[in-house]
Structures are given as C-alpha cells and as structure tokens.
Design a protein around this ligand. Structure first.
Ligand code: BGC
Length: 466
C-alpha cells in the first residue's frame, strides 16, 4: 500500500499482528479535510453576505442567489459523485475535488461581478457535494469495524470546525475592514492540504475488491486492520461478487429498498428539523430576538459555532459506546423541546428574549450535534452494501442537499407568512416526526461489519448471528 506506512507509530496486539490505530486516525484526519471544506465553504457566506450586498449592489433576489448558489452546485455534485467515486475510485475523486476546492477558492475571491461569483460558488458547491459523501465513505471503507463510527464522525467534527472557523475568519476580516474576498480565498489552504494528503493515501480495500484488484485490497487490509483481515476479505468477497450493476432498481431487486428509504428519510429529516436556518441565518434570528448590534449577533453566532463543535466531540466519544439509535432519539427530543421553547419565547415576546433564544439555540445545536448531524452522514456510509454504496450514498446526499435548499430558501418567507412562533413549531413537529421515523426504521449498526448490515436488510430487517 502506497501510503502513510512507516510514518506513524505501530502497536502490536496480543496475537503478534500489527494494528495501526494511529495510521487509521491519520488517514481519517486527512480525508476529513473534505468535511472541513464542506463546513467552511457553506458557513463563510453568513459573514460575507453584507459585504457582497454592498459591492455587487444586490437586491433581495440576487442576494438569495448569492447565498444559495453553492447549494445548486452541491446537488449536482452529489448526483454525479456516486458514479464518479464508483468509476474512478474514492481516492481519485477526492483528489479532483481538492483541486476544485483550492482553485475555486482563489477564483471566487477574484470575481469581478455577481455572475462570475455565482458560477464560482456553483463550482465550489460541486466539490462540496461530492466530498460530502465521498469523504465519509472513504473513511468508512478504510476503518476497522470497531473504530468506524468514531472515525467517520471525524468528518462531521471537521465539518463543524469548518463552520466555526468560517464564522471567526469572517469576523476577523470584517473587523479589519478587508471585505469578502479574503474570506473565500482562505479555503485554498485546506484544499491544498487535502490534495497533498490524499496523494499519499491508498484506494479503499472495498473499492479495489469491487474492481477485482484483490491483491491490492488484501495488502491494504493487511495494513489497516490485520486482525480483521480474513473476516473482512470473506465478507467483502461475498458482497462484491453477488448482485447487479448499481441503479435505483438494483435496490428494489436486491431487497434493499427499505435501506434506501431509511437513507433518504434520514437525509430529509436532518434538514427538515431546520438546522441550516440556524447555521446560515443565526445572526438574523438573534436580530429578531433583540440583539441590537450586528457584532453582538455575530458573536452569539460564533458561540453557537463552537458549541456545535463541542457537541460533535461528545458524539464521537459516544457513538461506538452507546450506539447510533439512542443518540438520534435523544437528539430529536432535544431539538423538538428547544424549537417549541423558541416558538414560545417569540410568542410571548419576553424582555430578555435575546438570552433565552441563545439558550434555546444552544440546546438545539447540542441536540443536533450529538444526533442527526453526525449520525446521518455515518449511516449513509454504513447502510448500503459495497456495490451499491456509491449510488445509495449519492441518492441520500442529493436528498440532503435538496432538503437544505428547500429549507434555506423558504425560511424567511415562512416567517413572513406564518410568523416566527409557528415557523419554529413547524420545525418542532418535524423533529417529532424524525423521532418516530428513527424509532421504527433506523437499525442499530454499532459494531456490525458493513456486509453484516447488508444481510440485515435482506433478512427482512433481522440481524444474523456473527
Ligand atoms: C449538515 C449540514 C449542517 C451541519 C451543521 C451537517 O451534518 O448536513 O447541513 O450545516 O451539519 O453542523
């Protein structure tokens, strides 16, 4: 395996076979730069918006276009990314996206007009869309089963760090009066990091096996998790040698349509609980709640960004211990409670609404960060069998970005139409629906190997004994 080999410390397990947790963590950290860029490139717009508005003399329509153009790109990226990563491989896909991230960052910062700005944001969005599921999928396929949950969630952690950093960088450049251009240019740095890092990593064993490159797959597994090698090889073999080429029909034919329903349902619920009304519009929400100065609202937003990161760290610690389902369920309840409280605070118009809204938003963001945030991305890389993983991940990622676009472009109009309390109560209702959906349909994948999860769907949602 052409890789990080030798560059990190190796442990020796009691059977005398080398296992390399540090190498696996290093690999996950590099691929998770894809997540960092996803977070940075989506979060950066919130602070850049005011400056863009002035420079390009935006009206409300063109402002909405400037904000949501990236989401158009992400939908295209997620739609094409499945075939791309199945065709040329996970590694090459991430390398190409890294180049687009770096070049796109520089080009965006140089755009002279709105048309080119929108074009560059769509381009960067394309890379975000592809990376948003190829990065977690790459990590899932490299990780030994017992570390998979925590490792894949590295990507979500990097994502939330990307959002938080984008808020702070926006604030710094705004305070220094340097405008929006450097805010976008900064993303070239992690883009280059991803490019250089990925050049040193190998392709995943599962993708190699799917291409009949068994020797390389075995070598990669031997390096990544020698103690699980034989078992993993056997289960990868039975998974990749059975079944038809991927398409939506393949899910139905293979008895996996319910897996697709779960993937797409989680994707939509992750967005329908309204997370990006907070991520993209938090300063506006704080403005509604009576924060007088823009800097106070932006500071409060930055606190939300940091708490999002902290909640995700808690999730990483818990995912492989308590499992995915308890976190999803507790998180959905927490979000519903916080959203109901926000509606009530806006309804009664409390004097100190600002502080109360901040508290409610923090409860909301922690609940999202321990549950839906990481668990959706983790499950979308675990739910589908190897040969359908690219297609399944791609379909649920497209659904996620389409849900994101729908919520982001309707939030302000909903508030105009039904008022703040009912808008937040609507999201609360959706959080309750998310709880019910997870309760009845989402399986506990903790500690299961990826091929074992496939058997679960095929056995009519029953686990085989392993
Ligand atoms: C979601 C994003 C969201 C982010 C917030 C991700 O899991 O997919 O839409 O902005 O979490 O942390």
């Amino acid at each position: 395996m052409a890789t990080t080999q030798g560059s990190v410390h190796d442990d020796v397990n009691p059977q005398g076979k080398a296992s390399r947790p540090l190498a696996v963590y290093g690999i996950a950290a590099i691929a998770a730069l894809g997540g960092l860029l996803f977070g940075y490139d989506t979060g950066v717009i919130s602070g850049a918006e005011l400056f863009l508005k002035k420079d390009f003399a935006l009206n409300s329509f063109t402002e909405e276009l400037a904000v949501s153009s990236i989401l158009i790109g992400t939908i295209i990226g997620a739609a094409i990314g499945g075939r791309l990563s199945d065709g040329i491989g996970r590694k090459k896909s991430l390398i190409i996206m890294a180049i687009i991230f770096a070049v796109g960052a520089i080009l965006t910062s140089l755009t002279p007009n709105l048309t080119l700005f929108v074009a560059c944001r769509i381009l960067v969005g394309f890379a975000v869309g592809v990376a948003s599921f190829v990065a977690p999928m790459y990590i899932a396929e490299m990780a030994p089963p017992k570390l998979r949950g925590g490792l894949v969630t590295f990507n979500q952690l990097a994502l939330t760090i990307g959002i938080a950093v984008s808020y702070w960088i926006d604030l710094a450049f705004a305070n220094a009066n340097m405008g929006w251009r450097p805010m976008f240019a900064v993303a070239a740095v992690p883009g280059l990091g991803l490019l250089i890092g990925m050049l040193f990593l190998s392709e995943t064993p599962r993708w190699l096996a799917g291409r009949n490159r068994w020797d390389e797959a075995e070598k990669a597994l031997n390096y990544l998790s020698p103690e699980d090698k034989e078992r993993e090889l056997k289960s990868i073999h039975s998974a990749v040698t059975s079944g038809s080429p991927p398409s939506i029909r393949s899910f139905i034919r293979s008895g996996l349509s319910i897996a697709l329903v779960v993937g797409v349902g989680l994707a939509l619920f992750q967005q329908f609980v309204g997370i990006n009304t907070v991520i993209y519009y938090a300063p506006t929400i704080f403005g509604y709640a009576g924060f007088k100065s823009a800097s106070g609202a932006i500071l409060a937003t930055s606190v939300v960004g940091v708490v999002n990161v902290l909640g995700t760290i808690v999730a990483i610690l818990l995912l492989d211990r308590v499992g995915r389902r308890p976190l999803l369920l507790v998180g959905s309840v927490g979000m519903a409670v916080a959203l109901v409280a926000m509606g009530i605070i806006f309804m009664v118009g409390a004097n100190n609404a600002g502080v109360l809204i901040l508290i409610a938003l923090l409860v909301y963001i922690v609940s999202f960060a321990i549950g839906m945030g990481p668990v959706f991305w983790l499950l979308s890389s675990e739910l589908f069998p190897t040969r359908l993983r690219g297609t399944g991940g791609s379909i649920s990622t497209v659904a996620n970005w389409a849900g994101n676009l729908l919520i982001s472009i309707t939030f302000l109009s909903l508030i105009d139409l039904i008022g703040k309390p009912f808008t937040f109560w609507l999201y609360a209702l959706l959080a309750v629906a998310s709880f019910i959906f997870c309760w009845f349909l989402v399986p506990e994948t903790n500690g299961r190997n990826l091929e074992n999860i496939e058997a679960y769907w095929k056995n009519g949602r029953k686990w085989e004994n392993t």
